[in-house]
Design a protein around this ligand. Sequence first.
Ligand code: AMP
Length: 403
Amino acid sequence: MKNIDFKDKKALIRVDFNVPLDKNYNITDDTRIQAALPTIQYILDNGGAVILMSHLGRPLKKLNEDGSINVAKFTLKHTVNRLSESLGRPVQFVTETVGNAASAAASALKAGEVLVLENTRFQKEESKGDESFAKQLAALGDIYINDAFGTAHRAHASTTTVAQFFDADSKSFGFLLNKELENAKKVTENPARPLTSIVGGAKVSDKILLLDKMIEFVDNLIIGGGMAYTFMKAQGGNIGHSLCEEDKLDLALNLLEKAKARGVKVYLPEDSIAADQFSESADKQAAASNDIPDGYMGLDIGPKAIESFKEVVLASKTIVWNGPMGVFEMESYAKGTKTIAETVAAATQKGAFSLIGGGDSVAAVKTMKLDDQVSYVSTGGGAMLELLEGKVLPGVKAISEEK
Ligand code: AMP
């Protein structure tokens, strides 16, 4: 982005302003807006004007009863005041994404001014990656910047198709997207070793590609959370009522064999906190993860697992973590996830590079206020997962291809 001259130019920036709102449409977490500020500010400081486009929620999936769009709920106007406060300057808003009003507002924009377009997902063409819609968007600006890492894995009009209407010198990643790519590379390209991947969460099926790819380049693979029990059962363990994907038992064994063949050490939780109900008030006991009593389910990793996982994490030089170790939303089953978060922070303190790769592990690290004690917390769950799976994101390809 620093090679582009923004003076008196209009930069069309795809940001990710898909922020959570309360029932009165107040923003409850403005992390995504804050994360986009450096790019916006840089362009304004360098004499440009800024036109922002983003989606907010899934308006076309949640239509009003009469089939119309619930504009009151999904308008991007909800982000304007917070953006204006953060930038310390007025921000204009237009109630169209493309069309006469959007074109007029864009062409009247002067250097130093900021315009927010209406929600890109008000148009059904957005998620189809429609060319003529993308062309109309492209006509609004002189330069295209993609800083929406959270949607870079989607081949939508504003994230991907639009880029083809700008020549190689007039399009670029923003600072946030660039930072995400650089941090992912620290894991996937020449990482400091030992490299440990911690994978947790509910299902093996959601993380098959991740596990498969990780086995190709990590030294240690720690598997926790609900998905660990499919591995336990595949190896002949009794897992009681724990989460299990019966149709993934063979796959689990194949992954373990592949890991063995490649010399990757796999760490499954030796023990678990087993509960007789999915609730705080359940009867709980520590049990071997391959010998969970009938009627009980493993809802967190147990004390022995915590100790062995800690040891591996503390000896690592690169750590990538995706998915909680247990049902961390309930205090009784949060200890495994909390301890891993603290241990990743401690390893970082000792000089390791740590990447918190999206989803619920991000929530855990943030709730514990450890987000500034790890090396990098990704802003995009699905996008980071796909990067780590070795995929080239469509939003990234669209900009880098012709460069
Ligand atoms: P994911 O979105 O796949 O990363 O999964 C996150 C969800 O997995 C969280 O809501 C956790 O409560 C859930 N989870 C983690 N461990 C378990 C477990 N042992 N049993 C059931 N659910 C779990």
